[in-house]
Ligand binder design. Structure first.
Ligand code: GTR
Length: 325
């Protein structure tokens, strides 16, 4: 080997070595609707660094942020069909296909972010993760997304009565449509990327989201009243195409799961920091933040539970979440 190397020029050796490395590498594609630097994007990048390091470069991840691969619903189809291997999305668009995701999407199901963590880090979270498999996906991790609240261009919402007649964009899930209707307002599900211009042109009065989304998508520029009703504390999900996951060796599968788990701690840390920063940014830019009489909102949710928590599996899950301390 040594004298063969001697026969080849330095350049040829270098390119041979590079070819060798390239052949052994698999780059997994991951999508995210958020811009570079957003906590979910950084969480997945961290996962990528961990698997690269732990597989000695055999696997790495390329994150296509800023909706480069399309709006969330389209990218869900891409990861289910294997066009991309990974995706970080909200769980709300899965409410119609993976019924267990209904539970964390229910308004006011979680008493606090700590309660959500306890539930989703435990056996209930495992049951929800397992429910993704028939949809062709392996749920690798849940990431923080804080709480979602309504914001609009017209006025502060203090009580349920203030919601009357307002038009909101909601995330694409029937639960969110029915929740908004139960509060006396109108809901239009539409892709995230259309929210800004729809509020700007008056097609809708506002939307609902957490502070980092309200900030980074610049929705505060067109809808300055942010009312903290905190209707959901729905975590994000980081998924992998099941066929791609099944192709990994059992050792690599364990390694991917561990890296995903390790990325959760990182993402939560980044999330907490970003939430505070975003709140400060929007306030500085003129957003009017107000507290809401939450009990009225909670009381109005009975029809949503009655309609969506129908079968025994969901009833038990809801009871189990409520019983979790
Ligand atoms: C964000 C979430 C995104 C997307 C967006 C939306 O909070 O992180 O994945 O679902 O909300 O409302 O469409």
């Amino acid at each position: 080997m040594l004298h063969i190397t001697k026969l080849l020029s330095g350049v040829a050796v270098a390119s041979l070595l590079m070819l060798g490395t390239a052949a052994a590498q698999t780059v997994l594609k991951s999508s995210d609707t958020h811009p570079d630097g957003y906590p979910t994007v950084e969480g997945v990048k961290y996962f990528g660094e961990l698997i690269k390091e732990r597989t000695a470069g055999r696997y790495s991840v390329e994150v296509y942020h800023s909706a480069q691969l399309g709006e969330e619903k389209d990218t869900i189809e891409q990861v289910r069909s294997g066009v991309i291997e990974l995706n970080r999305v909200s769980m709300a668009p899965f409410n119609g296909t993976v019924k267990e995701t209904i539970v964390p999407a229910l308004p006011y199901i979680f008493r606090s972010e700590e309660h959500m963590h306890t539930v989703m880090d435990g056996p209930i979270g495992d049951q929800i993760k397992a429910a993704f498999e028939p949809a062709g996906l392996v749920a690798l991790a849940f990431y923080d997304a804080g709480s979602r609240s309504f914001y609009n261009s017209k006025k502060p919402i203090k009580t349920v009565a203030d919601m009357k007649g307002l038009k909101f964009r909601v995330i694409q899930s029937d639960i969110f449509v029915d929740m908004t209707a139960a509060l006396g307002a109108n809901a239009t599900p539409m892709p995230y990327g259309e929210v800004y211009s729809s509020v700007e042109t008056g097609v809708i009065d506002g939307a609902e989201n957490n502070y980092p989304s309200y900030d980074t998508a610049k929705h505060f520029e067109v809808a300055k009243y942010f009312s903290e009703d905190q209707h959901t504390i729905l975590p994000e999900v980081f998924v992998m195409n099941k066929a791609a996951f099944d192709k990994l060796t059992p050792e690599d599968q364990a390694l991917f799961k561990q890296a995903a788990k390790d990325s959760v701690a990182k993402q939560r840390e980044l999330w907490a920091k970003k939430t505070g920063e975003s709140r400060a940014t929007v306030e500085k830019a003129g957003a009017q933040i107000n507290e809401v009489e939450k009990q009225g909102f909670i009381d109005a949710m009975k029809p949503v539970y009655d309609k969506h928590v129908k079968d025994d599996v969901l009833k038990k899950l809801v009871a189990d979440v409520q019983a979790t301390k």
